[in-house]
Design a protein around this ligand. Structure first.
Ligand code: NAD
Length: 325
C-alpha cells in the first residue's frame, strides 16, 4: 500500500529536496508551509512549482503554530509518516525576532507532536534538529551522546527544546521518532540567508563580502544530496526503542575562508573582502561524528565542498539568476 507522508516546511530548502526524493521513493507527499517572508517567498514558490509537477505531491498552505490550520491540511488523509522540517531557522535573526522561534520551533513542534499522538496510522515521525545544539565548543567530533545544555543562541535553545518535547512524547505515548541534527546544509535551491548564497549574490553584483572571524570559523558543510538521498531510508527505519537522534554531517570541517575560495573558484570572481569580528550567537566550530548514521542508514557525506559549491553555482547561474529577476 502507498504510504502518505506529511512534510512540513516543504517549500523550504531541505523540504523541497526531501519531498522530491520521497516522491521518487514511492510516497504520496502532502507538503505544508506558511511561505513566510524570512527570505524571498519567490524562491519558495519556485520550489513548489517544481514539486507540483508530480501527481503524488499536494500542497496546503498552513501554519504549524495554529493547530486548526494543521488539522485542516491533513483532514481526510491516512498519514503514515511525518517529516517535520518547518522551522524558524537562522541564528542571527533570533536577535531580531525571538518570538518567531518560540512560535514555530516550540509551539509548532508541540502541535506536530499532538497531531502525531492523535494519528493512529502513524508509523514514524522524523524531525529536524541542528548541529547548533552542541553550543560554542572546540574539539570534536561531536557525538549524539554528548550533553547538550549550553545553547549559544535562542535558535539553538529552541532546537534543544524540540528534542526534549520529542523525547517526552515518545516516553508518554510510544511515538517512534527520529531527530536529525543537520550540519550546515548547502546546495542548489539553497537558503539566501546562508553565507555561500550571500557571497554568490554579492560577488555577482561586484559588491564586497563581509567575513566574520573567517580564520576562526569552521563548519562541517554538508551537501544537500548527501542528506536528501538518505532521508527515504531513515523514514523507512523507525527506531526500535522510541526516540533516536542522529548527526547528519560531513565530518570534515572547512574554514569560512575555504568556503570563500570555493565560491570564488565556481564563479571565477575574486571577492573584495571585509574582515569583521565574530557575531553574537555564532559558534566557532561544528564537527559531526556521523558513524551512527553510517551504521544504521548507510549515510556517507561524500561530496567535497568544491564539488558541492560547483553544483550550487550551476543552479544559481542557470536557474535562479533568471527566476529572481
Ligand atoms: N539548512 C541547514 O543548514 C540546516 C542546519 C541545521 C538544521 N536545519 C533545520 O532543517 C530544517 C529545514 O531547514 P531549511 O534549511 O530547509 O530552512 P528553510 O527556512 O528553507 O525551510 C523552512 C520552511 O519552514 C517554513 N515555515 C517556517 N515557519 C513555519 C510555520 N509556522 N508554519 C509552516 N511553515 C513554516 C518556512 O516558510 C520555510 O519554507 C529546519 O528545521 C532547520 O532548523 C537546517
Amino acid at each position: 500500500m502507498t504510504k502518505t507522508i506529511l512534510v512540513t516546511g516543504a517549500a523550504g530548502f531541505v523540504g523541497f529536496h526531501a519531498s522530491r526524493k520521497l516522491i521518487d521513493a514511492g510516497f504520496n507527499v502532502i507538503g505544508i508551509d506558511n511561505i513566510n517572508d524570512y527570505y524571498t517567498p519567490k524562491l519558495k514558490y519556485a520550489r513548489l512549482e517544481v514539486l507540483s509537477k508530480s501527481v503524488n505531491f499536494r500542497f496546503e498552505k498552513a501554519n504549524i503554530s495554529d493547530p486548526a490550520s494543521l488539522e485542516k491540511a491533513v483532514s481526510g488523509e491516512t498519514v503514515t509518516h511525518i517529516l517535520h522540517l518547518a522551522a524558524q531557522a537562522g541564528v542571527r535573526y533570533s536577535l531580531e525576532n525571538p518570538r518567531a522561534y518560540v512560535d514555530t520551533n516550540l509551539v509548532g513542534h508541540l502541535n506536530i507532536l499532538e497531531l502525531a499522538r492523535h494519528t493512529s496510522t502513524l508509523e514514524h515521525l522524523i524531525y529536524a534538529s541542528s548541529s547548533s545544539v552542541y553550543g560554542d565548543r572546540e574539539g570534536g567530533p561531536f557525538r549524539e551522546t554528548d550533553i547538550v545544555r549550553k545553547p549559544a543562541s535562542l535558535y539553538a535553545a529552541t532546537k534543544i527544546g524540540g528534542e526534549m518535547l520529542a523525547q517526552s512524547y515518545s516516553a508518554l505515548y510510544g511515538i517512534p521518532q527520529t531527530g536529525l541534527r543537520f550540519f550546515t546544509v548547502y546546495g542548489p535551491w539553497g537558503r539566501p540567508d546562508m553565507a555561500y548564497f550571500i557571497f554568490a549574490e554579492k560577488m555577482s553584483r561586484g559588491e564586497p563580502i563581509q567575513l566574520f572571524a573567517p580564520d576562526e570559523m569552521r563548519r562541517d558543510f554538508t551537501f544537500i544530496d548527501d542528506i536528501a538521498n538518505v532521508l527515504p531510508v531513515i523514514v523507512h527505519t523507525p527506531p526500535t526503542d522510541g526516540h533516536a537522534i542522529y548527526n547528519l554531517g560531513n565530518s570534515n570541517p572547512n574554514t569560512l575562508m575555504e568556503l570563500v575560495t570555493a565560491v570564488e573558484n565556481s564563479f571565477e570572481i575574486v571577492a573584495e573582502k571585509q574582515i569583521l569580528p565574530k557575531q553574537m550567537g555564532d559558534v566557532s566550530h561544528t564537527f559531526a561524528d556521523a558513524t551512527s548514521a553510517l551504521r544504521d542508514f548507510g549515510f556517507n557525506a561524500e561530496t567535497s565542498l568544491q564539488d558541492g559549491i560547483d553544483k550550487f553555482a550551476t543552479w544559481y547561474k542557470n536557474t535562479w539568476m533568471n527566476e529572481s529577476e
